[in-house]
Design a protein around this ligand. Structure first.
Ligand code: GLC
Length: 365
C-alpha cells in the first residue's frame, strides 16, 4: 500500500497496469488504510476519489492525475473518464464512521450527491432499477452478463471493439454527466444492488431518511427480479431474455439487501456445485456454459466481490457462510501474492500482482 500511495492523496491499484486513480478501487483502499491504522489516508483517498464530481453529482471512474491528456480523445474530455463505477463511497464512509474516523462533512455531502445522481437521474421508470450506460460502469468489465451486446459471439478482441463503440451512444447532460445509453440500456441487478446498499449504508450514519427510502425502492425492484429456477436475480432491459440471465457472481450482490432470497443466494457462494471454490467464489457459476476460471471476469475469483458477499453474509446472520468466505479470501490473497484476481481452485495469480484492493483480506480476518 505504501508503494502504491501517491502524493495526490490516493493509491494506485497497481503501479504499471493501473497507474491512475479508479473510483471503486479507492473506496476499498480507504477501508484498507483504516484497517492498517492510517485514517488520514483513508479520508484523503475518499476526498480525492470524489474531487472531480460535477454539480449534478456524477463522479468519473478514472482520474488521470498529472496527465490530463491521457485518453482525452477517447473520453471526450481531459483529466478524467466520462462514465462512473459502483458508488462504493456510501459503504466506505459508513464503515469509517462506524470505526470512529472523523469523516469531513464535505465528503459526506459529496457521497450523498453522488448517490442521488444515480437514484434520480439514472432511475429506470419501467422497472425501478438504475441505468448503466456502459459495461465498465459495473466494474465487471467482461462479465458474461454483457454478451448480448457482443454479436455474433463473445471474444476478447470483438468485445474490446464493442466497448469502444458503446461509448459513442452515451447521452449526456450539458456538464458531460452520462445519463443514458440507448445502445446499451442494461438494467443491471448487480449495479442496482450496489447503489441501493450504498444508499442504505450512507443513510445509516447520516440519518438521511429520503436517501434510505429511495435506496429501499431500488432494493425492492432488484428483489422482484429473482428467478427461482436459475436461483439468481435477472437483469432487465435488452438482455433480459439472453445474457442478463447468466449465473454470474455480481448478479448475487442483491444479497446485500433486505429481501427474501438473500439466504438462497449466499448459500451458493460456498456450495461446490455452484460458486464454491477453495480460494473464493468464481465470478461465474461452475455449471454456466460461460464458466472459464482462467479468463478475465469469466470465472476467476475477485477479492472485492468476495469481500462484498462476506458483508452480505454477516448482515444476513449467516455466520458459517461468512466464515467460509473470509477464509477463502485470505487463502486466495496469500496464495496469489495479493493478485488482482486468481484461479478459484488453485489460487494461481491472474492480472496485476500485487493489487491494492486485495488488502481487503485484512478486513475479514
Ligand atoms: C479493471 C477492473 C475494474 C477495476 C480496474 C482497476 O478494469 O475490471 O473493476 O476498477 O481494473 O483495478
Amino acid at each position: 500500500m505504501n508503494t502504491h500511495w501517491r502524493n495526490g492523496g490516493y493509491t494506485v491499484p497497481h503501479s504499471d497496469t493501473y497507474p491512475w486513480q479508479w473510483l471503486w478501487d479507492s473506496c476499498f483502499h480507504a477501508l484498507v488504510w483504516a484497517e492498517l491504522g492510517f485514517p488520514d489516508r483513508a479520508t484523503a483517498e475518499l476526498a480525492s476519489a470524489l474531487s472531480d464530481q460535477d454539480a449534478l453529482g456524477f463522479v468519473p471512474h478514472v482520474r488521470y492525475v498529472g496527465n490530463p491528456d491521457h485518453l482525452s480523445d477517447f473520453w471526450g474530455r481531459p483529466a478524467t473518464s466520462s462514465i462512473t463505477q459502483p458508488p462504493m463511497y456510501g459503504h466506505a464512509v459508513a464503515e469509517l464512521v462506524r470505526r470512529g474516523v472523523d469523516v469531513p462533512d464535505v465528503t459526506l455531502r459529496k457521497a450523498e450527491l453522488g448517490l442521488r445522481f444515480l437514484l434520480d437521474r439514472r432511475a429506470r421508470t419501467e422497472d425501478g432499477l438504475v441505468t448503466v450506460v456502459h459495461p465498465w460502469e459495473t466494474g465487471c468489465d467482461d462479465s458474461p452478463r454483457w454478451d448480448h451486446w457482443c454479436q455474433p459471439a463473445w471474444d476478447t478482441g470483438r468485445w474490446y471493439d464493442v466497448k469502444g463503440e458503446l461509448l459513442d451512444g452515451v447521452e449526456r447532460a450539458p456538464s458531460g454527466a452520462p445519463l443514458a445509453n440507448p445502445a446499451f440500456g442494461a438494467g443491471s441487478v448487480g449495479f442496482s444492488a450496489l447503489v441501493a446498499w450504498n444508499a442504505a449504508e450512507l443513510a445509516s450514519v447520516t440519518g438521511d431518511r429520503a436517501l434510505a427510502t429511495a435506496g429501499l425502492a431500488v432494493a425492492r425492484a432488484v428483489d422482484a427480479r429473482w428467478d427461482a429456477g436459475l436461483r439468481t436475480w435477472v437483469d432487465a432491459g435488452p438482455s433480459a431474455a439472453t445474457s442478463g440471465r447468466a449465473r454470474t457472481l455480481d448478479a448475487l450482490l442483491g444479497a446485500l439487501l433486505p429481501g427474501e432470497h438473500a439466504v438462497e443466494a449466499l448459500e451458493q457462494t460456498v456450495d461446490d456445485g455452484a460458486f464454491g471454490g477453495r480460494f473464493g467464489p468464481p465470478a461465474v457459476h461452475r455449471l454456466d456454459p460461460t464458466y472459464e476460471p482462467g479468463t478475465y471476469w469469466r470465472g476467476s475469483a475477485w477479492p472485492q466481490l468476495t469481500y462484498l458477499l462476506w458483508c452480505a453474509a454477516r448482515r444476513a446472520g449467516l455466520d458459517a457462510v461468512a466464515k467460509g468466505l473470509a477464509g477463502r479470501l485470505v487463502a486466495g490473497a496469500a496464495a496469489s501474492g495479493l493478485a488482482e484476481h486468481w484461479h478459484p481452485d488453485t489460487g494461481a495469480p491472474l492480472g496485476a500482482v500485487p493489487q491494492s484492493w486485495t488488502g481487503l483480506a485484512l478486513l475479514v480476518e
